[in-house]
Write a protein of this length. Structure first.
Length: 257
């Protein structure tokens, strides 16, 4: 019989599974989310109840006995949308306590290579959105931006902008996951976004968007267009959220959903 461990999908919950490996000898073959898993008859199920103190103990041990780089890799791998990532991450940490700081050199191990690769993809997407994200001023003075990333990188993205725009109130809306990060110049909190969220832009913002859209179209040289290079440097999936690719209708109020 195999062993499947279920958890609540939080990073602390995942670290609790690592703690249970060493102290309760529960060693999973599969790790699944407790609210969405396909039940099988050839496995024993265990529920790992999230324990913040145990999670903190594991994280401190990773920082002291392995490296901060591993902790960062684990975090971004956790934010990845890659299926099956949890079991790779679990094996990566267990092996890390065996090999110490040199763990990332063991790329012949599937768990090491896969964890590093999916973490890099999530981190790279966060880096791209730092460049491509567009804030728009609303009528209330709060700045709004919408995104739909492949990976769940709203938290590190919001962390970047709270440090860069400390005195600016803003919202970053992950349309794909229905989540929103709200920063009020003091703290950043995360909420579930309503399905019918509507944001009215300020008149000044509308004017700037028209100017920017006009400049973008005027500056373009159709004879020298290189669509392949454009898609390489700026993938299509990001364009629907960028000001220069949006069409503004003069006859209708400007609403962003």
């Amino acid at each position: 019989m195999t062993v499947t461990v279920l958890f609540d999908g939080t990073f602390d919950g995942f670290l609790t599974i690592i703690h249970n490996h060493f102290y309760k000898k529960i060693r999973p073959d599969y790790i699944e989310l407790e609210d969405c898993y396909q039940q099988r008859f050839d496995t024993n199920y265990y529920l790992a109840r999230t324990d913040v103190d145990k999670a903190s103990t594991v994280l401190n041990a990773i920082l002291e006995k392995i490296s901060g780089d591993m902790a960062n890799t684990l975090y971004y791998a956790f934010l990845s949308a890659s299926p099956g990532r949890f079991i790779y991450m679990y094996k990566y940490v267990v092996l890390g306590f065996k090999h110490g700081k040199g763990i990332d050199k063991h790329l012949h191990e599937d768990c090491v290579l896969n964890t590093i690769n999916i973490a890099r993809k999530a981190s790279r997407e966060r880096g791209r959105l730092v460049e491509f994200l567009r804030f728009s001023e609303t009528r209330t003075g709060v700045f709004y931006a919408d995104i739909s990333p492949e990976n769940n990188i709203l938290a590190p993205l919001a962390d970047f902008f709270t440090k860069r725009f400390m005195n600016m109130q803003f919202m970053i809306h992950d349309v794909k996951r229905g989540l929103v990060a709200v920063y009020d110049t003091k703290e950043c909190v995360f909420h579930e976004a309503p399905d019918d969220i509507e944001v009215l832009l300020s008149n000044e913002e509308i004017s700037y968007q028209k100017l920017w859209g006009g400049y973008y179209e005027t500056a373009a040289n159709p004879e020298r267009a290189n669509k392949k290079l454009q898609r390489l440097l700026l993938p299509l999936k990001y364009r629907k959220h960028m000001t220069e690719f949006k069409y503004i209708d003069d006859k209708k109020p400007i609403i962003k959903r």
